[in-house]
Design a protein around this ligand. Structure first.
Ligand code: NAD
Ligand code: 3PG
Length: 540
């Protein structure tokens, strides 16, 4: 495996990767011919906030499977382009929350007590005591926009200063706010009531330019604004103008539209404190982030475990372990069904029944689609990350339904129905003995067959002698049978399979048996034959 660390990460990050025998780790100082060239054979890319992992850069990384963001914000990564290419993007939520919260409190106190100016005047040999009288935080109103991991850490600390805390976050439960002494209010009330306003939201189309000339106008005179989230949340010129006019009493900014900051409307404004995007940069946070990210990237590359992905729902290690056999089963079921089904695909219907229906099913869905595509077109680039996106691009509709509880305790069953130009085809499967994928039905005929190795699916007339002849032909061709499963059509079962037909799914010990299957196909009483080879895909 080749891991490219495009930005400085803690030594602990490197140590995790270095423990893997044979893994090549490229550190930022070893990147001599540009990042794009380095990525041409890389499996993983690790970035912080400076490197722009855009669509163009990703084009130069044909083997890339994962981008690890050592931190929280992923606005420097084109996650759509990554998803399209089947690349998982993962970050380390929460690992730097305390670091950012502590700097936020530090900046609030610095604004209240003009600590930077006290320091610089002293270093200039001045004793400027008279101009340095400040205010207390106690009793002031703090408005927090974004009550996620960082926002709540800020709230807890601000409460100990005796501040009144109001917050705005449309996605937080009132109980969480209450438990952290935060009163939830509409965003305009945050602007109107806050003495201090701190931003802790990610950069999205909703949050970009949140602080602008219009929102500033309704803010309380003298408000102080702290931004340790993303520069683009603030229209910088509007804030600088409001500070110059005295409407805004001060600002402390850790993040900017352009980083590194080269020129700024905030330069030389006395009551503006600037820091170079250091809110998350503490020894403790970087150590925690580095170890967490390296382990996530390693586990994904080695085991396929997807943790803290931003382009797929996150799974804990335990959740992943539970659904991993169903992911594999879905892939094989998709392959089986697509191989055995002719026609142009229009619609894929995936039904989850039992325990799997209660959990996160995106990876199972994507694996099923990837399996279908891998059989349908040999050169498919669909994988378990991008399969649903590729289906959407191809105009293939995906329908999903879930039934958590089933009468009779049938366990977890996945059913796929392919609607194609030639009609419908369906198959269902489950996992037995912990990790053995089993076919349960095909085209409405119940059967119980292993979903691995090389399978030959044969539809024949349900009359005596056919099964024996199939066995004889395979034997004559020296094809050993590993498993022979039989099922029969019942009336009202399937329109595709008329009553009086049977299904045999034969697992054979050779990867190909063209002459044997041709001989079986030639049997007078065999209605149809489809040869299916299911490949052991391993983990992602
Ligand atoms: N300066 C730094 O070094 C630094 C370090 C870490 C994080 N950050 C930034 O801080 C941001 C917050 O980090 P976090 O770990 O708390 O993330 P988080 O995902 O835990 O919290 C973000 C919160 O914002 C809320 N939210 C989303 N849209 C909103 C909207 N329109 N209005 C109000 N709230 C909204 C979400 O519900 C969530 O609770 C990150 O996205 C990142 O950009 C900066
Ligand atoms: O989103 C984050 O985690 C912060 O912006 C930290 O960015 P950094 O890794 O470049 O310090």
């Amino acid at each position: 495996m080749k891991i490219v660390l495009a930005e400085k990460v803690s030594p602990a990050t490197l140590a995790v990767f270095q423990q893997e025998p044979g893994w090549q780790i490229v550190t930022p100082d070893q990147i001599k011919n540009g990042l794009a060239a380095e990525l041409s054979d890389a499996d993983a890319l690790v970035v912080r906030s400076a490197v722009q992992a855009d669509a163009k850069l990703l084009e130069s990384a044909p083997k890339l499977r994962v981008i690890g963001r050592a931190g929280v914000g992923v606005d420097n990564i084109d996650t759509d382009a990554a998803t399209h290419r089947g690349i998982v993007v993962m970050n380390t939520p929460g690992a730097n929350a305390v670091a950012v919260a502590e700097l936020t409190l530090g900046l609030m106190i610095s604004l209240a007590r003009a600590i930077p100016r006290a320091n610089s005047t002293m270093h200039a040999g001045k004793w400027d005591k008279k101009s340095l009288q400040g205010q207390e935080l106690r009793g002031k109103t703090l408005g927090i926009v974004g009550l996620g991991r960082i926002g709540l850490e800020v709230a807890r600390r601000a409460a100990s200063f005796g501040m009144n805390i109001i917050g705005y976050d449309p996605f937080v439960a009132p109980v969480i706010a209450r438990e952290n002494n935060v009163t939830l209010v509409p965003i305009d009330d945050i602007f109107k009531a806050s003495d201090y306003l701190t931003l802790h939201v990610g950069l999205t189309t909703q949050t970009e330019g949140l602080i602008n000339s219009t929102s500033i106008k309704i803010m309380k005179k003298g408000i102080r604004i702290i931004n340790c989230a993303r520069g683009e949340l603030i229209v910088e010129q509007a804030l600088a103008d409001a500070i110059k006019s005295g409407h805004v009493g001060g600002a402390a900014l850790d993040v900017f539209h352009q980083e590194p900051l080269k020129e700024s409307p905030f330069y030389n404004l006395d009551n503006v404190i600037l820091s170079p995007h250091i809110a998350g940069a503490t020894d403790e946070a970087q150590e925690a982030i580095g170890i967490q990210l390296a382990m996530q990237v390693r586990d994904y590359l080695k085991l396929g475990v997807v943790q803290n992905a931003v382009n797929l729902p996150s799974l804990s290690h335990e959740e992943y372990k539970e659904i991993a056999p169903y992911i594999e089963m879905a892939d094989r079921l998709g392959q089986f069904l697509a191989h055995a089904t002719p026609g142009n695909l229009e619609n894929i219907q995936i039904s989850y029944t039992g325990r799997i229906a209660a959990g996160k099913t995106d990876l199972i869905r994507n694996a099923a689609i990837a399996g279908i595509f891998s059989s349908a077109d040999g050169g498919s680039t669909a994988n378990r990350i991008n399969a649903a996106a590729i289906a959407a691009e191809r105009g293939i509709r995906i329908q999903e339904d879930k039934k958590e509880f089933t009468p009779g305790g049938a366990g977890s069953v996945l059913k796929i129905v392919l609607h194609s130009s030639d009609g419908d085809a369906s198959a269902s499967a489950t996992v037995l003995h912990g990790n053995s994928p089993r076919l349960l039905s095909y085209d409405g005929i119940d059967i119980e067959a292993p979903l691995h190795g090389t399978l030959v699916a044969i539809r024949n007339h349900d009359v005596p002698g056919v099964v024996g002849r199939i066995g004889t032909i395979l034997g004559e061709q020296s094809v050993n049978i590993a498993n022979f499963a039989l099922g029969r059509a019942h009336s009202n079962h399937s329109q595709r399979v008329p009553h009086g037909q049977a299904l045999a799914v034969v697992q054979i010990d050779v990867p190909k048996a063209s002459s044997a299957t041709a001989a079986v196909d030639a049997l007078r009483r065999v209605e149809a034959i489809a040869s299916v080879r299911l490949i052991e895909l391993g983990k992602l």
